[in-house]
Design a protein around this ligand. Sequence first.
Ligand SMILES: Cc1ncc(COP(=O)(O)O)c(C=O)c1O
Length: 425
Amino acid sequence: MSIESLYRETQALDERDALAHLRDAFVLPVNAQGQTLTYLCGHSLGLAPRAARTLVDQELSTWEALGVQGHHEGPRPWIDYAEALRPALARLTGASVDEVVAMNGLSVNLHLLMASFYRPQGRRHRIVIEAGAFPSDRHAVASQLQWHGLDPDEALIELHAAPGSDLTEEATLEALLETQGEQIAMVLWPGVQYLTGQAFDLPRIVAAAHRAGAMCGFDLAHAIGNLPLSLHDAQADFAVWCSYKYLNSGPGAIAGAFVHSRHSRATLPGLAGWWGHDPATRFRMEPQFIPASGAAAWQLSNPPILSAAPLIASLALFDEAGIERLRQKSLAMNALLRREVTLRFAEALQCITPPEPQRQGCQLSLRVRAGRDTGRRVFDTLQRLGIVGDWREPDVLRFAPVPMYNRFDDIARLIQALDQALNLR
Ligand SMILES: Cc1ncc(COP(=O)(O)O)c(C=O)c1O
């Protein structure tokens, strides 16, 4: 198919797209000449919703005008700020409002929840992660083991993909849990793998962990706002996420956490701070810690209002669009991108993201078969051509058509630029 007919196809798809108007709710980056870039990097940092600036400005104005009274007055009193984020986060994660909370950063939340959910006891002390886990997760888990006086070389199980494959199968994890389950205290797994874009069957993973008697937690950095989630029904014990990728809340934005309603801070040990205290009596300033109900009890500090404001803007857009509709568009975009890459560049690029819709999110990861040097050259050329994706060592290009703000046209642009960068003509 010629590139012209691909453009005609994507134009028709954009004209029929019921979510196309949402692109206008975002600010699109431009190059030095003022041309709009083809932004395909929402798996790393989502774009700024236009309303984010208004909301941050509003809080700055409240602070300037009211000072400390901003906690109780103004358009959104700060005292209830984190509380107000919970219903929309619950909708995105398939949880009840009580089961979710916005707080801290992802790695901090991971530590806080492991302080409660990783309870090594004798033989049952090992933690399972995937061998290619995001480094921060590995650091967090290894340091928790050391914190408990354990040796990560012995107590950390890193599950490898099958030889010759980039993907870790749920069945491999199930087999491990069946044979070594009595040694395993906790499984920590991603919702979507950051490098390969592989989406996992979360209910299946929880069920396998629970059959073995282990706790099961998830890192949803690449899953929240990308796929519909049903953490409550899946029976996940806990989950953490950041908000700067598919949740479009800005660099370092306030992160989040889920704790299943069958768990309670009243019975689980954990680390405490005043913001996790029951809000009804928090300001009595009494010495005893009385936990708030649900996930809110894991909060330590009062929330960072300026980093939480953009999340309000973003969550309103998710409520408007609906994650199921976004998912349908995402699958269509991903299928088109995969089709074109396979048709045109199979000799040069290998799609490492699984082809099955239920095993993928927005991101498509492409291995440059010729290796690192060619890959870096391709990546640099793409950047010069106005394509924003990213590069992961040693040989992977990642692109994410995000249904909230990308058009099908962006896929045609990427294909045209890849054609040029790979110099296939
Ligand atoms: C999968 C995954 N886990 C953890 C992190 C670390 O997040 P943070 O720096 O917000 O703690 C990231 C950051 O990109 C990530 O992609």
